[in-house]
Design a protein around this ligand. Structure first.
Ligand SMILES: N[C@@H](CCC(=O)N[C@@H](CS)C(=O)NCC(=O)O)C(=O)O
Length: 340
């Protein structure tokens, strides 16, 4: 190739790079074509993703997928829930079987990089804890040397457990299960002295024991478990949609916009509210969505606080306090970037 030809080719290639949107809107197009969001959830974890008596999926992770469906398809009911064990979840996302993984999944370096995935944010700040039978007479995790520990495979829980016992010079015998139902049954049947998982999960599993008062949750929190929705790498538009759906829910809470008052709020003069509801600002353009995407999320699902309260908070059997999951201006660390 002559120098000139090479130069022309190089310029053409760089122009193509500039003008061609990377990977186009692959997942959004797929979702529109199939008519629903394929959402990977757990096989059953009360508060996060769990089928109710009527077989309908409920929980904070379920509602998040409904929010993405409201934003992208204008209808929160257009979600197909795919129950997945901890071990199955990442393959289901990598293979394209699901469009979002919304399944109490901890954001870690390896998952966010090597696995080819992207965490779009945090919808629940958690940490790992222990639950023991009351009659074991133990009040601290430091007294667990030699214990048999029920734990779920394919989780950060398994890894933190190993770290914690090693660092504290204690031994343990792992008793490993594939689902939380099995783990909980194993604990009840006396296969182990202690059950370990994310603290929110401990409260959920304890509630489902035949006698919840027979078990106590120990005070130690041994890890950080920032849980959030996950997408595949390589589709920035979809990543942005998922990320900004969560951001919209948190900002809606901060600005006092709820599913009940959102229509009234359309008349608000507050520029933040106007931008959230798509009446002003960037609207849906950058996300390739209709301008009312934020309005649809709040109208159909609600703001972050409403979703929290209904699924894991004070209106739910779990009754978990907001703690770290309170807004940044109310003592927590939920802080959403501005919509502008
Ligand atoms: N957050 C941890 C643990 C996630 C996890 O799978 N926890 C269990 C125990 S609470 C669970 O959700 N089980 C539900 C199921 O079996 O489908 C992780 O991402 O590895």
């Amino acid at each position: 190739m002559t120098k000139i030809k090479a130069l022309v080719a190089a310029v053409a290639a760089s122009a193509a790079l500039v003008t061609m949107p990377a990977a186009a809107n692959e997942t959004l197009d797929k979702v529109k074509k199939q008519g629903y969001v394929s959402c990977g959830v757990s096989t059953g974890l009360p508060g996060f993703s769990n089928p109710n008596a009527k077989g309908e999926w409920e929980g904070i992770d379920v509602e998040f997928c409904q929010a993405v469906a409201a934003a992208t398809l204008g209808d929160k009911s257009k979600v197909k829930f795919i129950p997945l064990t901890a071990k199955e979840r990442f393959t289901a996302l990598q293979s394209g079987e699901i469009d979002i993984l919304s399944r109490n999944t901890t954001w870690t370096l390896q998952r966010d990089t090597t696995l080819g995935l992207n965490f779009a944010g945090v919808n629940y700040y958690d940490g790992q804890g222990f639950m023991v039978k009351k009659d074991l007479g133990v009040s601290s995790a430091k007294e667990l040397d030699g214990a048999a520990v029920c734990v779920q495979s394919g989780t950060t829980t398994e890894l933190n457990l190993a770290d914690y016992f090693r660092v504290n010079g204690m031994s343990y015998e792992p008793v490993v299960f594939d689902t939380s139902a099995q783990t909980s049954k194993g604990f009840e049947a006396g296969r182990c002295d202690v059950l370990t998982t994310d603290q929110s999960g401990l409260y959920a599993l304890r509630l489902n024991l035949a006698d919840p008062s027979s078990a106590v949750v120990l005070p130690e929190i041994i890890s950080k478990e920032p849980l959030g929705p996950v997408v595949r790498q390589g589709d920035d538009n979809w990543f942005n949609i998922v990320r900004w759906s969560l951001i919209a829910m948190v900002n809606a809470e901060e600005f006092g916009v709820t599913s009940a008052n959102v229509d009234e709020m359309l008349k608000s003069n507050d520029p933040n509210i106007k931008r959230l509801l798509g009446l002003d600002g960037p609207k849906g353009k950058g996300l390739n969505l209709s301008d009312d995407w934020g309005y649809q999320i709040v109208k159909q699902v609600g703001n972050y606080g409403e979703s929290f309260q209904r699924t894991v908070g004070s209106d739910s059997p779990l009754n978990i306090s907001r703690g770290l999951n309170a807004l940044w201006n109310q003592g927590g660390i939920m802080y959403a970037p501005p919509i502008r």
